[in-house]
Design a binder for this molecule. Structure first.
Ligand code: FPP
Length: 246
């Protein structure tokens, strides 16, 4: 299937809501952490697949602001999994010229996670291949509230006039200010929701939903999503004839 993908029509940025670890585990009579552990194998495969094919930015929704409401055991397990995965994978990411980054309320994470994430970011900072962004303790509403506060402070101090607030100014104050908007958002496991993920940045993204649970999602599923994306017409509010003049 990879041969059908047009390399010159790839999205620059793919964002993924990795959903269904819990349901996948339940189907096998295992606990939820077992699902998350298997989800890591999918993370590795998809990071590799995206980098190989030439995607420039990959953002993975790994832990939402709302996920803090889960049972404490599951939260602890996820945080441990995050630390152990970064530790075991950072060398490979570096060898593959992948830059590591994160968005979200990082200071709300356990100290050990903050340390590990900071080191991974520093070690890979000069890499020029794909950028892998983990969204952690992230929600779009949190991000938009933070951006609004920062802009309001600048207006109050006179650094900015309220009349000057536009799309660019808002983008500059989002945690993704250094990253282009995703053209494709994939959500696994059958739910048709955005769940507080990159609400501003996804304004014109193509949304792709698949019933495959995240622990079963592999490169072939990614290629299917990319092909589906390439067969869509992105009109940005225009009509088809304006995009394809006779
Ligand atoms: C959603 O499944 C998944 C998560 C909330 C966590 C995602 C985490 C991983 C894939 C593993 C760790 C990640 C990294 C980057 C090391 P769910 O628990 O909401 O599934 P459910 O909806 O079926 O219950």
């Amino acid at each position: 299937m990879i041969n059908l993908i047009q390399k010159d029509k790839l999205p620059h940025h793919v964002a993924i809501i990795m959903d269904g670890n819990g349901r996948w585990a339940k189907e096998q009579n295992k606990d939820r952490l077992y699902g998350h552990q298997h989800g890591v194998a999918s993370v590795k495969d998809i990071v590799e697949g995206c980098a190989e094919i030439g995607i420039k930015y990959l953002t993975l929704y790994a832990f939402s602001t709302e996920n803090w409401n889960r049972p404490q055991d599951e939260i602890n397990g996820l945080m441990e999994l995050l630390v152990s995965t970064i530790r075991s994978e950072i060398e490979q990411l570096n060898e593959n010229n992948i830059r590591f980054d994160m968005i979200g309320d990082i200071k709300s994470l356990p100290t050990i996670c903050i340390k590990e994430l900071g080191e991974a970011k520093e070690i890979t900072a000069k890499n020029t291949g794909m950028t892998l962004v983990l969204a952690l303790s992230y929600s779009a509403k949190w991000e938009l509230i933070e951006a609004t506060k920062q802009i309001a402070e600048k207006v109050q101090s006179g650094e900015l006039k309220s009349d000057d607030i536009n799309d660019d100014i808002i983008k500059q104050h989002l945690s993704t200010h250094h990253i282009p908007d995703p053209e494709l958002m994939i959500r696994t496991s059958g739910e048709h929701r955005i769940s507080n993920f990159l609400l501003y940045q996804l304004a014109y993204a193509e949304l792709y939903f698949t019933s495959t649970h995240w622990p079963d999602f592999r490169k072939e599923n990614l290629y299917e999503a990319l092909l589906n994306y390439q067969n869509r017409e992105r009109r940005f509010g225009k009509i088809s004839e304006q995009l394809n003049p006779a």
